[in-house]
Design a protein. Structure first.
Length: 207
């Protein structure tokens, strides 16, 4: 994982070798493969395994889950060989503790208020829109939003045009995007991926 002061950037919902090449070339810190069923981005473990082989070791590969039993999460993560697990459900600290033994970097995604990263035993906290992967932004700019402490990623409707402003406004440690780097729903655009990473890093550190 990046230890630089530049914002951490995760590109989510990759499905093809072309998507992976674009994210790696753009300088992403992490890439996500969606294992949650019912998404236009869902891949199976074998497909993710083939894609993950194309990812250099400095880039974190993450399996994305929503409301799936811990045993299923473990099986997908083991079969695909991803190094990170991102949970979008109602999992509690016990679930994170159960997955800890697998050695994965654990990401907790929530749209609720969170005080700090690590409360549930996660390594990274993701503050997202209530409908993850929908591309709908939420009100991160409002006075009611209090940023958590520690390593947290902002997600939800970010685009190359909004990511820098969002980073400056929230002081997030990093960002995560899916819809905002697609030419149509479920289809990644190498140009938008490059533009997003460039915009996030323009001027580098925000903290
Ligand atoms: O991408 C999906 O369809 C998805 C389905 C179920 C759980 C999570 C999902 N995606 C997670 C992400 O892509 C990101 O973590 C984040 O929500 C950004 O989404 P977007 O608003 O599309 O940029």
């Amino acid at each position: 994982m990046s230890e630089t002061s530049a914002p951490f950037v995760k590109i989510c919902g990759l499905k093809t070798p072309r998507d992976v090449a674009a994210a790696v070339l753009a300088g992403a810190d992490a890439v996500g493969f969606v294992f949650a069923p019912g998404s236009p981005r869902t891949v199976d473990a074998a497909a993710a395994r083939a894609l993950a082989r194309e990812v250099p070791p400095q880039v974190l590969t993450v399996g994305v889950f929503r409301g799936q039993p811990v045993e299923e999460v473990r099986r997908f993560a083991e079969e695909s060989g991803v190094r990170g697990v991102q949970l979008h459900g109602e999992e509690g600290p016990g679930d994170f503790a159960a997955l800890r033994a697998g050695g994965w970097t654990l990401l907790r995604a929530t749209s609720r208020h969170a005080r700090r990263c690590g409360e549930y035993g996660e390594d990274l906290l993701l503050i997202d829109a209530p409908d993850p992967g929908s591309g709908k932004p939420w009100n991160w700019g409002s006075a009611e939003f209090t940023a958590p402490r520690g390593r947290w990623l902002l997600a939800g409707g970010l685009t190359p045009g909004t990511v820098r402003e969002a980073l400056l406004a929230t002081r997030a440690w990093g960002v995560d995007v899916s819809s905002g780097v697609e030419s149509e729903r479920g289809v990644k655009s190498p140009e938008l991926i490059r533009a997003f990473v460039e915009a996030a890093r323009a001027g580098d550190a925000v903290q």
